[in-house]
Design a protein around this ligand. Structure first.
Ligand SMILES: Cc1cc2nc3c(=O)[nH]c(=O)nc-3n(C[C@H](O)[C@H](O)[C@H](O)COP(=O)(O)OP(=O)(O)OC[C@H]3O[C@@H](n4cnc5c(N)ncnc54)[C@H](O)[C@@H]3O)c2cc1C
Length: 220
């Protein structure tokens, strides 16, 4: 998996804070110090005035995740996506993502790799028979790798992080969320310093399914 930050709102904290100050000023303010911006963001988000976070957006390129994970990811409806098409891009040389549980067992690995080879062979045979790629792909396994570009504002990113950094989320989307957080946390520390599942603040929502191991709070 390779996650890259392609672009983002220049100076996210200042942009958010200027938007927020507009709510309380007779004129739209054009400048604010870093210190005041961070103080304001912390104060407002604590009070639940989170819509101001929507003024900063981030665009990531995400390469080499499984379709299992991309399917989980695109359930987040407030983000925007452009995903590699299996209609237009041939899957003949497709890569597959091997879960660590499979990689950790030589027997399981062998079964998995054999199935991938068979999977590709059937796809290639169908294409050779004149079946369009868009139909041949019906038999590709869910572990097939895909690429996509995701854009989301800071509020939605915090929401994604709260659900997908939880120890109960699946390993691949958790790894993806962690890489995304690593890329943005220093660009807007006052926004992302508490990013993570609810247990970061001490309230696990998983009830009896709780992992019992609170997600590690990052240093402020
Ligand atoms: C551990 C885990 C297990 C899961 N298991 C399953 C499963 O077995 N089956 C399954 O189908 N899904 C499953 N999901 C997906 C889950 O139900 C959500 O679809 C997904 O997490 C996206 O969350 P969301 O809807 O809050 O987020 P987003 O779509 O990112 O929306 C963000 C927020 O905007 C608001 N919002 C967005 N759209 C609407 C709307 N139409 N109406 C009202 N408010 C809206 C809500 O407050 C929402 O929380 C699972 C998710 C997790 C994290």
């Amino acid at each position: 998996m390779k996650v890259t930050l392609l672009n983002y709102t220049p100076d996210p904290e200042i942009t958010i804070a200027l938007a927020a100050r507009t709510c309380y000023s007779s004129k739209i303010p054009l400048t604010i110090s870093r210190e005041r911006a961070q103080h304001l963001i912390r104060q407002l988000t604590e009070r639940g005035h989170e819509s101001v976070l929507e003024h900063a957006s981030f665009t990531f390129s995400i390469e080499g995740i499984s379709r299992v994970t991309s399917h989980q990811l695109v359930r987040h409806r407030l983000a925007s996506y452009s995903q590699q098409s299996q209609r237009y891009v041939s899957m003949e040389e497709a890569n597959f993502i091997m879960p660590p549980s499979v990689a950790g067992s030589s027997e399981a690995q062998e079964v998995f790799l054999k199935a991938i080879e068979e999977n590709k062979k059937v796809y290639q045979e169908l294409v050779k028979l004149g079946i369009p790629q868009e139909d041949a792909r019906y038999m590709m396994a869910q572990g097939v790798a895909t690429n996509l570009v995701l854009s989301a504002n800071a509020r939605e990113l915090l929401h994604i992080f709260s659900l997908r950094l939880c120890n109960r989320a699946q390993w691949e989307i958790r790894e993806l969320a962690l890489q995304m957080l690593e890329l943005v946390k220093d660009l807007a520390p006052s926004v992302f310093e508490w990013a993570g599942p609810p247990c970061v603040e001490g309230n696990c929502r998983e009830g009896e399914n709780s992992c019992g191991k609170p997600w590690k709070r990052r240093e402020k």
